[in-house]
Write a protein that binds this ligand. Structure first.
Ligand code: GLU
Length: 511
């Protein structure tokens, strides 16, 4: 077989918001495609009309736009293998269903849901397969004339795949190795339903992977049970030679305890499991998104890349390009990957540190303006420079930094009780005078002069600084005092000090 151009696909069903596990699957497909110079295809698997949710497709596209994962072809991107939406490929699937029927690899079955239910009650662990199909109403047990007559009369039917018993099926998985399964345990899966003239997932998935020349199927572990049937379908069509290689990615597990990560875990522990906020059109429920929570898309991708894969080194921070170079599908783990959302927060923090002050200032400036403060970008950047290492998200900056821009109106009670002593008004008045006399208001010079004054007076440095902080910030937080005063400037510093002395002395007198 000649080397085929690598082609992978991400093939979600538009049944709601894209789960973060789906994003991880798409990312691994993307990395694989890029590192092999191949194509990354976006297919919509919407043959189950009962589960279709309006807006889901647009949501998925918007998610990848935000994340910066680009598809080469597919729904909304075009390409020569289209259409890429399965609901637009009905006629194609019909042709392939007919092929299987003509070759005797599939058969028509008329059993109604009620009849199937009855059989289930009659026979323990009933499954439609080689041992039971002879008891059912299908084209294997009925004459061709009867079958034709039933169809003619408008009876609904399904087409089932005829699984031959006694075979060993090998799924050759890039992560799990040779997975062997006995065909006897498989049931004769429905491939097509006359009622809506649509194929089921299994048939459409295989036909499309074949026609779209997909070379590698990289998807979540939950699809592993379908893989043996898929292998049989490739064989039934005679497509063994171009059967894609499989890679079933490990499950994402709850941050705590056992089992698969679910939306409920996110609600319970307070983290998103969707890339973007999702408004459920049926229930009206709004679910949190990584974007709206203030995560950087690069941080989300970096975090997801290490769920089920690791480079075998200590490195944790990767650009997308580095991931493309280093990612190795065969090194993915078989065991589930714990979804440690604290780690996601850590990644976002690291990305804040790695971004320039300018980049963060660009994001913070609108928040400052939104709080009614007019400040130059240079001043916003100055605050960002002092404070960005203290936050995990840009949105955390304002509550932490607002005092730079807005003078305190109130003074935190607890801090005041602790830090504002009987002699504080007098000491602060003296300090204000000292500061007023400083010509060069640089951080270094202020520090030198103030320290000398504290020493000459025999004051306790801690007491002075704590009271000083209270006058400028209104509470006990913030960076170094002279970082604050240098930013505020002499005039604003003195105004704040004098006001605090007045208010706090009046408060003390009233008590
Ligand atoms: N439509 C399936 C899904 O929703 C695709 C599974 C596969 O990749 O084969 O994930």
């Amino acid at each position: 077989m000649s080397e085929r151009r690598v082609r992978v696909r991400f093939a979600p069903s538009p049944t709601g918001a894209l789960h973060i596990g789906g994003v991880r699957t798409a990312l691994f497909n993307y990395l694989f495609a890029r590192q092999h110079g191949g194509d990354f295809v976006f297919r919509i698997e919407d043959t189950d009309s009962n589960r279709f949710v309006p807006g889901a497709e647009e949501y998925i596209i918007e998610s990848f736009r935000w994340l910066g994962l680009k598809f080469d072809e597919g729904v909304s991107f075009g390409g020569k293998y289209g259409p890429y939406r399965q609901s637009e490929r009905r006629e194609i699937y019909k042709e392939y269903v007919t092929r299987l029927l003509d070759a005797g690899k599939a058969y028509i079955a008329f059993d109604t849901p009620e009849e199937l239910d009855m059989k289930r009650q009659e026979i323990q662990n009933f499954q439609y397969d080689a041992t039971t199909r002879s008891l059912m109403r299908n084209s294997l047990t009925m004459s061709k004339a009867d079958v034709d007559a039933l169809i003619e009369d408008g009876n609904q039917y399904v087409v089932r795949f005829k699984v031959e018993p006694g075979e060993e099926i090998h799924v050759n998985d890039l992560i799990r190795g040779d997975v062997v399964i006995k065909s006897d345990i498989l049931d004769d899966k429905v491939l097509y339903k006359s009622a809506d003239e649509l194929p089921t997932y299994h048939l459409a998935n295989i036909v499309d992977d074949h026609l779209m020349e997909i070379t590698h199927v990289i998807r979540g572990e939950e699809w592993l049970p379908s893989a043996p049937l898929h292998v049989l379908l490739y064989r039934a069509f005679g497509w063994e030679d171009t059967m894609p290689r499989f890679a079933h990615l490990p499950l994402l597990l709850k941050p705590d305890g056992k089992g698969k990560l679910s939306k409920r875990d996110g609600d319970r522990l307070g983290f998103p499991v969707f890339p973007l906020e999702w408004h459920d059109p049926k229930t009206g429920e709004v679910s949190n998104g990584f974007r709206e929570q203030g995560y950087f898309p690069e941080a989300v991708l970096n975090f997801l890349a290490l769920l089920g894969w690791n480079p075998g080194t200590e490195q944790e921070l990767f650009t997308l390009d580095e991931l493309v170079k280093q990612f190795d599908i065969s090194k993915c783990s078989k065991a589930g990957a714990r979804f440690d959302f604290q780690k996601a927060i850590w990644f976002n923090h690291e990305y804040i540190l790695n971004k320039s002050d300018d980049e963060i200032a660009e994001l913070f400036a609108p928040i400052v303006a939104g709080n009614g403060v007019e400040e130059s970008m240079a001043r916003v950047r100055q605050v960002v420079h002092m404070m960005k290492d203290r936050v995990n998200f840009v949105r955390e900056l304002w509550p932490l930094c607002s005092f730079f821009f807005v003078p305190p109106i109130e003074y935190d009670e607890k801090t005041t009780r602790k830090r504002w002593k009987a002699d504080s008004p007098q000491v602060m008045n003296e300090l204000a005078e000292v500061l007023e006399g400083i010509e060069d208001f640089s951080i270094e010079n202020q520090e030198r002069v103030v320290m000398a004054w504290v020493e000459s007076k025999g004051y306790k440095l801690g007491d002075v600084m704590n009271a000083f902080r209270l006058t400028l910030v209104g509470e006990g937080k913030g960076p170094g005092m002279f970082d604050i005063t240098a930013f505020l400037g002499k005039e604003e510093t003195l105004t704040r000090m004098r006001r605090a002395i007045e208010v706090l002395s009046a408060d003390a007198a009233a008590q």
